[in-house]
Design a protein around this ligand. Structure first.
Ligand SMILES: Nc1ncnc2c1ncn2[C@@H]1O[C@H](COP(=O)(O)OP(=O)(O)OP(=O)(O)O)[C@@H](O)[C@H]1O
Ligand SMILES: [Mg+2]
Length: 266
């Protein structure tokens, strides 16, 4: 996108910046010299082998855990759990079975100190958009797996933080439901333009949803490739879909980056 006089707009300060981040646990090196930058409004996918340190990475960005070395900046500040900048949907984001769906989705706001009636009013306002209308007073056991994931996502999004961290939000779902929810999330992103870091195992999911795909090496993980997804409608009003040939090409590049031996040129 260019300005009216044809010059390129200035690059915005990154919403998220990781510089030479190391993380180890009792001598186990999990992340090594990891670099990552995500611009405001960007949808970034992080993909890597199981156990490479993807959840660890999100724990660090959320401020729940701290790097052994290096810098992490969210809007220029080190992350703290109470900074109000990050909303995090962890890999196992369970809904409390004894709370109604509405009470579950308002929980994050209540934990932040928002009064219960106000928290529930704000969560309730999103039920329609999240395809959960009519289930406010149901219990999680009465929802399908896909609905439960949407409720967990609603609980995260309603916090209205500048940065949304999603750790394999659809990982446990069957492939049809996952496909539906991926399309739904693409549509939601188009409406709300969140800044997202999505951790996934699923190359197709990354290509379907993301602007940039960051490939992690096996542990100790660093980002070994940053692949831009060339979206024709980027910044425009259209859907996020890529033509199938381009999508297949990007999938091939991600696969090659995942398969390349560490240290080899990419
Ligand atoms: N709190 C912790 N204490 C000790 N070791 C940990 C801790 N958290 C993670 N690890 C270790 O760090 C490594 C990376 O774990 P992590 O959960 O980040 O991987 P992951 O990429 O998210 O894997 P998956 O794709 O299976 O979810 C693992 O070897 C794990 O045992
Ligand atoms: Mg994980």
């Amino acid at each position: 996108m260019s300005t009216p006089d044809g010059s390129l707009p200035p690059t915005p300060d990154p919403r998220l910046l990781l510089r030479r981040v190391d993380k180890s646990y009792d001598g186990l090196d999990v992340l090594r010299s990891l670099e990552l930058s995500v611009a405001p409004g960007e949808f970034a996918a992080v993909i890597g082998p199981s156990g490479s340190g993807k959840s660890t990475l999100l724990n660090l960005v959320s401020g729940l855990d701290h790097p052994t070395a290096g810098d992490i900046l969210v809007d220029g500040e080190p992350p703290r759990t109470r900074s109000g900048r990050v909303a995090y949907m962890p890999q196992k984001d369970l809904l409390f079975p004894w709370r109604t769906v509405l009470a579950n989705t308002a929980l994050g706001l209540e934990a932040q100190g928002v009064r219960r009636t106000e928290a529930r009013r704000r969560a309730a306002a999103l039920f329609d958009a999240f395809g959960l209308d009519g289930f406010q007073n149901s219990y999680p056991s009465q929802l399908s797996g896909g609905m439960r994931q949407r409720a967990a996502l609603l609980r995260t999004v309603v916090l209205e933080r500048p940065l949304l961290l999603l750790d394999e939000p659809f990982g446990a779902l069957d492939s049809l439901t996952r496909h539906d929810l991926q399309r739904w999330l693409a549509h939601m992103w188009h409406t709300y333009r969140w800044t997202v870091v999505l951790v996934t195992h699923d190359i197709r999911e990354a290509v379907l949803l993301a602007d940039t795909i960051h490939v992690l090496s096996p542990r100790p993980a660093s980002v070994t490739a940053r692949i831009e997804v060339p979206r024709p409608s980027r910044g425009g009003g259209g859907p996020r879909s890529l033509d199938p040939v381009t999508a297949a090409e990007v999938e091939e590049r991600v696969l090659a980056a995942l398969a390349a031996p560490v240290g080899a040129p990419r």
